[in-house]
Ligand binder design. Structure first.
Ligand code: PEP
Ligand code: MN
Length: 338
């Protein structure tokens, strides 16, 4: 249930609403806007609670039920777009943020070459996996803690914030110490204990879409993070599984405007994992920008042929630089910048 307070309603009226909700056993989250506050009243029994219980309280402008399963990620709770600031970079603003780097951190030299190259081409954030969730247990699983150390030192040397994927709740403290943005991978989108654990940190979270999940399930997963008090969730569309097998996954470009319609959270697109092949990545990236994405996450390797993971879908540094230039006119056509 969403209680919208009157413009400039005094604090005691807001407290009255919060206390009433708590007395009924509900949880409460506030969206404090510039001139009015919205109160989300959360709990499994809200559906059975009459709206009038809140509508009669002083300072209340309106009360509405959110019929969708996600609440905190919804536009009903927060009408203005969420902007996230990390290491001097704004996500969800006018500029489309490019996040780039290798699939996996392999060595100090590989990561440094990738970081310097993508930064020169205009990327704002460095990516690189230290813990890799691989389909086979016999595939390279990442450098783990040593990978996090390389990410941190490279990010500091290059002056770029870094994003990397977490796969285990036991590593949350380690990640909070080493990385700027924590990524929840597609395979873990519905790992609710992991979502809750990252929700307790103060690090922004990239939440990738599960490749068999609907937009509604994805936004409801985001609620797990938001419910813990971490407001900084960045959604990432990375393709879903369909009957089509000419690409690794089918990039659901329509999820971008759908998310923009129903949620205030920023959305970025990963064309690399959707495409599965480097030759398709630029077109998908351009489509994502045209559709209104707030950013791109692209796999770039200084030498894709030698990559330990996902070499086939990785761009070379020169391909990435070209793509960044080509994105400029598309971004300006939709009122954005790269
Ligand atoms: C990744 O970004 O490295 C990754 C494994 O992606 P996904 O979770 O989308 O498969
Ligand atoms: Mn990859």
């Amino acid at each position: 249930m969403i209680v919208e307070m009157k413009k400039r309603a005094p604090q005691e009226e807001l407290t009255g609403v919060v206390d009433r909700a708590k007395s009924l056993g509900f949880e409460v989250q506030l969206n404090v806007g510039t001139d009015k506050t919205v109160v989300a009243i959360l709990g499994s029994a809200t559906g059975k609670t009459p709206i009038d219980i809140f509508a009669v309280l002083p300072g209340v402008e309106s009360v509405t039920r959110i019929m969708k399963p996600y609440k905190l990620a919804s536009r009903e709770f927060k009408s203005e777009n969420t902007k996230i600031f990390v290491g001097g970079v704004e996500i969800g603003g006018e500029r489309i943020v490019a996040i780039a780097g290798p699939c996996a951190v392999e060595s100090e030299e590989q990561l440094m070459q990738a970081a310097l190259g993508v930064k020169k081409a205009g990327a704002a954030i460095l990516r690189g996996g230290a813990f890799k969730p691989r389909t086979s247990p016999f595939s390279f699983q990442g450098l783990k803690k040593a990978g996090l150390e390389l990410l941190r030192s490279t990010s500091r040397k290059c002056g770029m914030p870094v994003v990397t994927e977490i796969v285990d709740t036991a590593d949350v403290e380690l990640f909070s110490e080493y990385v700027d943005i924590i990524q929840i991978g597609s395979r873990n989108m519905q790992n609710y204990s992991l979502l809750t654990a990252v929700g307790k940190t103060n690090r922004p979270v990239v939440l990738k879409r599960g490749f068999s999940c609907t937009v509604t399930e994805w936004l409801t997963a985001a609620d797990y993070i938001l419910a813990e008090g971490n407001p900084n969730v960045i959604l990432c569309e990375r393709g879903i599984r369909t009957f089509e097998d000419s690409t690794r996954f089918s990039l659901d470009i329509s999820s971008v405007p759908v998310i923009k319609k129903f949620s205030h959270l920023p959305i970025i697109v990963d064309p690399s994992h959707a495409a599965g092949h480097y030759s398709l990545v630029p077109s998908l990236a351009k489509g994502a920008v045209a559709a209104g994405a707030d950013g791109l996450m692209i796999e770039v390797h200084p030498n894709p042929r030698e990559a330990l993971v996902d070499g086939l879908q990785s761009l070379t540094l020169s391909d990435f630089s070209r793509l960044m230039l080509e994105l400029g006119p598309i971004a300006s056509a939709v009122g954005r910048k790269v």
